[in-house]
Design a binder for this molecule. Structure first.
Ligand code: 3SL
Length: 251
């Protein structure tokens, strides 16, 4: 039987604060290229049992206290640095199979986990970064949700280049695969701006991330290797999807 697909409408919101709170889309995608969603994708690819996200550090400690210490990793990041008393900060490069396999990563970061919290009521919640961009696009092409929101994490309420360029990378791949007109695909001006940003920087993403405010912050913290890792495109075939509110697993 011929399958009829409804059009996908794609909206981009630069920050959790700019994301509507009175509607829910069919699919919402949180993006925090530097570095929370890059870390989440890497941890799941390396065999973590799940990643559970928290806006609040005390809540993370309370919930994870119910888990055996050998089966949990407590990750806390504020301002780019690991929070004292936590096992881990927010470096994707530290998510090796030896460290994360079969353990649950309980994580709270400055912005990325807040973006995931703000979309947790959507029908489907995904986490995207540049490294797993195509896995996200493949999911959208297969399931064709009617309304898709991409929510950037930004930095404490303000816009961030790296999240918008990732939104543009997703929009670009989707647009190319669907072969529809741009006006059929995009739902707001931010989506067109994200596509334009990606169009201008797609072959210089590492350079863009190095110029971005948060990239500069990470470079000052001597995290150049993290930046280089997060600037890669389509290197991980992993799709973090929310299984229950706040808990992401590998699809
Ligand atoms: O803001 C966040 O959620 C973090 O990803 C920031 S950092 O890259 O860990 O500094």
């Amino acid at each position: 039987m011929l399958q009829v697909h409804l059009p996908v409408k794609l909206f981009v919101f630069h920050t959790p604060e700019l994301t509507p709170s009175d509607q829910v889309p069919d699919c919402a995608i949180a993006v925090d290229v530097l570095r929370a969603t890059s870390t989440i994708a890497t941890a799941l690819a390396a065999g973590a049992e799940a990643v559970q996200v928290f806006s609040d550090l005390d809540e993370l400690i309370r919930v994870s206290a119910g888990w055996d210490a050998s089966q949990r990793i407590r990750a806390g990041e504020r301002g780019g640095s690991q929070v004292e008393g936590f096992d881990f900060g927010n470096s994707p490069l530290a998510c090796t199979p030896e460290f994360v396999k079969d353990r649950r990563l309980f994580i709270s970061t400055t912005n990325g986990t807040r973006a995931l919290a703000c979309i947790r009521s959507a029908k489907v919640v995904l986490a995207a970064a540049l490294i797993n961009r195509q896995a996200v696009v493949d999911y959208l092409l297969k399931h064709r949700p009617e309304t898709v929101w991409i929510v950037g994490s930004g930095w404490e309420g303000s816009y961030s280049l790296e999240d918008t360029v990732c939104a543009g990378a997703i929009a670009h791949s989707l647009h190319t695969s669907l072969g529809c007109s741009l006006t059929d695909l995009v739902g707001n001006d931010e989506a067109i701006a994200a596509l334009s940003l990606y169009g201008q920087w797609h072959d210089r993403l590492h350079e863009l991330l190095q110029s971005a405010t948060h990239g500069q912050r990470l470079l000052r913290l001597e995290l150049a290797d993290d930046l280089k890792y997060c600037a890669q495109t389509d290197t991980l075939d992993v799709l973090p999807i929310q299984r229950e509110p706040g808990v992401l697993v590998k699809n």
